[in-house]
Design a protein around this ligand. Structure first.
Ligand code: KG4
Ligand code: ZN
Length: 340
């Protein structure tokens, strides 16, 4: 029997400080997440400098808790996995420097993980038998991608947003509706009370060959609609606006990802990122998936939003390929998927 590989993973790319212990990339022994949402709420979005300071304050506690709840001693850890990009540079540096110090002190390898790759890998935790190839729809606050996962760590980006990420559009529309930060969960909840056919918002589709997205158009259309209503004293039904906006976003995400599957003959879509916890997106993909005979893989919400367990999973597949990082590894705020 081969030895189990235990990875201690650290994630601090945005506003969650998280540490996890993951065995063989699939089994989560602990996944501690300290969220800064309540702090950033006051500002209506993430303030990078505040995020870095908060990461510094809690990181040690978070790592110690991840070790203790997993029942693992540091000496039994085989490697330290850490997000080194993309993300906020100051926030990334906190986790990265901590991970480097720890790896050096216990004399174990350091593995630098791409945050987006982490999101995709959440599916390996949820679905123990999942193996590439498959299509992944990555929808988060900073990224929107359709990715062909050809093998572990081998990606081809099929489509991406040309402007706002899907989550960013949710957050901006929520702000205009006075729903606070983060906007995604608030719009998701409010939409359940609204009529998704009430307002016709635009759906951006480019020409046939590209699977790219654009969400700034639909966001501006919502803002213009709200301004027009306010100027003409027309009643705004917030739930209807939220539901109609959400329908426009979900329709485009679903259309492009199913077109991609048909083109490539793929039979699985694994969703990833914070917006993957959206209930309308989940139901639409499940419905279309059953019509088109395509399996829809949906990780639990806690694995969709930022967490270190997904980083531990991605790190494992790098570990078995011997992809270790030097202690000179630097943060890469604009790191692309597939880049080293
Ligand atoms: O993946 P994530 O935690 O952080 C990034 O890497 O960006 O994603 C955060 C984003 C935010 O924009 C948030 O509004 C959105 O995910 N989000 C949602 C939902 N839950 C979180 N968007 C729509 N519906 C949700 N239920
Ligand atoms: Zn993320």
């Amino acid at each position: 029997m081969t030895k189990d590989i235990k990875i201690l993973a650290i994630e601090s790319s945005c506003d969650e400080t998280s540490a996890a212990v993951v065995v063989n990339g699939r089994e989560v022994l602990s996944n501690v997440i300290s969220s800064q949402i309540d702090i950033h709420k006051k500002f209506g979005g993430v303030v990078p400098e505040v995020a870095s300071r908060k990461h510094i304050e809690v990181i040690n506690e978070v790592v110690l808790e991840a070790l203790s709840t997993s029942g693992t001693d540091l000496k039994d850890i085989d490697a330290i996995g850490v997000t080194y990009g993309p993300g906020l540079v100051g926030a990334l540096l906190v986790g990265l420097q901590y991970a480097k110090g720890l790896a050096f002190s216990i004399n174990k390898p350091l593995i630098g993980v791409n945050h987006i790759e982490g999101h995709i890998s959440a599916n390996y935790i949820q679905y123990k038998d999942l193996k590439p190839p498959f299509i992944s729809l990555v929808v988060s606050g900073g990224h929107t991608f359709i990715v062909h996962v050809k093998d572990y760590g081998v990606y081809e980006v099929i489509g991406e947003t040309r402007d706002d990420a899907a989550g960013e559009a949710y957050d901006k529309v929520a702000r205009a509706l006075g729903l606070g930060y983060p906007g995604g969960p608030a719009i998701d909840k409010l939409s359940k009370l609204g009529n998704e056919a009430a307002v016709k918002f635009p759906r951006a589709h480019f020409h046939e060959e590209t699977m790219d997205f654009s969400f700034s158009g639909v966001k501006s259309a919502v803002l213009n609609y709200l301004n027009k209503c306010r100027m003409t004293d027309e009643k705004i039904v917030e739930a209807d606006v939220a539901a109609s906006f959400q329908k426009a976003v979900v329709d485009v995400l679903s259309d492009n990802v199913f077109t991609t599957c048909k083109k490539l003959g793929a039979d699985k879509i694994a969703i990833a990122g914070g917006v993957a916890s959206n209930s309308a997106l989940r139901s639409k993909l499940l419905l279309e998936g059953s019509k088109n005979n395509i399996a829809i893989l949906i990780p639990d919400p806690v694995l969709c939003t930022d967490n270190a367990a997904m980083i531990g999973s991605a790190a494992y597949f790098q570990y078995i390929k011997g992809e270790f990082a030097p202690l000179s590894l630097n943060a890469r705020p604009n790191l692309k998927l597939g880049q080293k």
